[in-house]
Ligand binder design. Structure first.
Ligand code: FES
Length: 369
């Protein structure tokens, strides 16, 4: 039975004594999932669905009378449904609640409306449109460095050579050193729920001080070419490289969850410098990851250098890189190959559609089951 229009429709949610023992939990108001809370003996009923991208408020934390969404921290008053101070106009539905004869009742007919007040979109969320101009090359240095006491970095040195060649060829360049940026590690929003991993990155949207926005801006909006340089550390790319790669999950997840390809007609190339070996495995990992982001590659998409297991004498390794005409020539030609491909891609139409069958996390049709 439902109430006639305009009449209250009080639904029994359970014994007040039991429910008071649960500060915040999920319940059903008829068939509607709600976040039922109790603070100081006062009950509150609001929608369990966050206004942002649908996070489960019933699984959030109570901060006084506000429920903090477990996905990205938006807050809603647990009784009125209003957003936190400054965002009151952003409301989730709330229902009247009373306690009668030891039972908690909510009026299913009395919901306040959901109102989504516009939040200023993050600048990275703007449409991706290549501005006219020459080919643009972003160099990403991933080596760790104390800039107050700098040292020679083979990977940085060859990246500088590649960018100098790019400029000499008429390209615009931008160098980003990850070691100069302050940015958080990925906190696994995708592991909370696919929708919790957002573009722009959840951390970037929540934390204005996080500086990985510069990498996103360069890779998604500005560059036609990304040249990523890394040292080898214990047989793998640098820790800063992986820290960045984890944060780029949000770019790849847009493809997985929304078939939204943020990287189109862009080229990636790599510079790998090791004290020991494992260059092919390091380059292979980087190629695989950047391919899944949507980049394409020039012929011979990486250059590398290593003196090997039995020649780990860094002074000579520095000299080998710094003084090697062929490595400098190789870095310059790597940039030139990448730019030549990018110039073709910039002039080309991207494919209208890419089949998702066989792609990461895409279901295959029932005919194959
Ligand atoms: S803050 Fe609730 S879904 Fe993002």
């Amino acid at each position: 039975m439902t109430a006639a229009s305009g009449e209250a429709d009080w639904i029994d949610l359970g014994p007040a004594e039991d429910l008071a023992a649960k500060p915040l939990h999920r319940a059903l108001l008829r068939t509607t999932p709600i976040a039922l809370s109790c603070v100081g003996g006062v009950f509150g009923v609001v929608s369990r669905t966050c206004n942002h991208v649908g996070g489960p408020l019933d699984q959030g934390r109570l901060d006084g009378d506000y429920i903090t969404c477990p996905w990205h921290g938006w807050k809603f008053h647990r009784v009125t449904g209003e957003g936190e101070p400054g965002f009151e106009a952003d409301c989730v539905p709330a229902w009247p609640v009373k306690v009668e004869n030891g039972r908690v009742l909510a009026d299913a007919a009395g919901a306040t409306p959901r109102r989504k007040a516009p939040h200023e979109p993050h600048p990275l969320a703007r449409a991706i449109r290549r501005e006219p101009g020459p080919v643009r090359v972003a160099g990403l240095s991933t080596t760790g460095m104390d800039h107050a006491n700098p040292r020679f970095s083979g990977s940085d040195h060859l990246l500088d050579a590649a960018l100098a060649a790019a400029r000499a060829g008429g390209a615009e360049t931008r160098l980003i050193r990850l070691s100069e940026l302050s940015f958080r590690a990925c906190e696994g929003y995708y592991s909370k729920a696919a929708a919790a991993c957002t573009w722009p990155c959840s951390i970037t949207q929540m934390e204005p001080a996080d500086q990985l926005d510069r990498v996103y801006e360069a890779l998604i909006h500005w560059a036609d070419v990304a040249i990523v340089a890394t040292p080898i550390r214990w047989g793998a790319a640098s820790s800063l490289y992986f820290r960045m790669a984890e944060r780029l999950n949000c770019v790849q997840n847009q493809v997985t969850t929304h078939n939204r390809v943020l990287i189109r007609n862009k080229v990636a190339a790599f510079i790998v410098v090791g004290g020991q070996d494992n260059i092919q495995a390091v380059a292979g990992q980087m190629l695989g990851f950047f391919a899944e982001l949507g980049f394409v590659f020039p012929q011979f998409p990486y250059i590398a250098h290593s003196r090997g297991w039995s020649a780990e004498d860094m002074a000579r390794n520095v000299a080998a890189v710094r003084d090697s005409a062929s490595l400098h020539e190789g870095a310059a030609e790597l940039a030139q190959r990448a730019i030549a491909l990018a110039a073709q891609l910039v002039a080309a139409e991207p494919p209208a559609r890419i089949s998702r069958g066989g792609r990461k996390a895409q279901r295959i049709g029932p005919e194959s089951c």
